[in-house]
Design a protein around this ligand. Sequence first.
Ligand SMILES: [Zn+2]
Length: 258
Amino acid sequence: MLADPGRTHYDLHFRVLGFPVRVHPWFWLGTALMGSRTLDAGVEFLLAWIAVVLVSLLVHELGHALAFRRYGSDAEILLFAFYGLAIPTHEVFGRRKRIIISLAGPFAGFVLCGLVYGSNVALGWADPGAPHQVFYLYRTLILVNLLWGLMNLLPVYPLDGGQVSRELCGMMWSNRGKRISLKISFGCAVLMIAYSIFCVLDDRGVGAGFTGRLPWWFPPGSVFTAILFGFFAYHNYQELGRTTWTDTHWDDRLPWAR
Ligand SMILES: [Zn+2]
């Protein structure tokens, strides 16, 4: 589902903490498209948006990569449009280890979020009176790492939470676990689609202003999340059709390792 799109001549290569990082050209295009509304405020807001997504996605994948290294595998980081991958060089055996690897990504984002928040409490660099651009940078860093991290922990495959759920279901129900986790995943994805459509309609004045009363840290639904979870639900449904109760030969490898 989320696969390595392959190398191109326009890839950007660099290393962080010894891990090779590859930024696919679609990363820049997809991220700019997602943040195109910031252009109304000025081109510097769009550049700040792209920088925030680059750093946040990189920190998230570094969390996974460091966990892979902890369990004896090296990893390559790929940043693509709307998602990143930490591709291990060796398979890691053991459900407990794979759960920690999956959780390490969102956890790294929460640490970054805490550092950004803490540095502002200590130094006040984004307090009222700071330039709009600086405050935008601060707010976006906090929101992207917090909201994407929380959404990523939903038990929907192939999100990190979906991978944790698959491992947990495998621990509890062994061979039947994958099918149970796919059903949970499909159900949650459908609920997210319904929630996203509700939020979009509510935002347009059809509802009773429910989205305006959500706490600021609660991920809001949008057209983007409706499409994203629609895509996940479709793939989960297809995979459910391919997986039977009696099938004991699960392909438990992650999508990019198949
Ligand atoms: Zn992740």
